[in-house]
Design a protein. Structure first.
Length: 109
């Protein structure tokens, strides 16, 4: 038995959960925050047999896409070299980070 811990952007979470459900793969959803932009993420706990790990990884790759977004860096006024110099910059957001760990025991109540 394996536990896949997938951290995905909120925008991708519902589609991923539906796709996993269509394959009869159960998911536990946890709200989380973090990353470069401190935006909302969703952490999914996915318990599967070793045979299904590859399929879960495929589904995550299909449903969680990376995208570009423009953000304006926020620098405290006292630290800015000149006022109003902050220019929007393009940064990658989205995608997924997943960990696959072994599970010694699993039970449902």
């Amino acid at each position: 038995m394996k536990l896949v811990i997938a951290i995905v952007q909120d925008a991708d979470a519902n589609g991923l959960i539906r796709a996993l459900g269509a394959e009869r793969i159960e998911v536990t959803k946890l709200a989380s925050t973090g990353g470069f932009l401190r935006e909302g993420n969703t952490t999914l706990l996915i318990g599967v047999t070793e045979d299904n790990v590859a399929r879960v990884k495929e589904i995550i790759s299909e449903k969680c896409r990376s995208r570009k977004r423009f953000v304006t860096p926020t620098v405290p006024v006292a630290e800015q070299p000149e006022p109003m110099l902050a220019q929007p910059m393009e940064v990658p957001v989205g995608g997924a980070v997943a960990f696959v760990v072994g599970v010694e025991e699993f039970f449902k109540v």
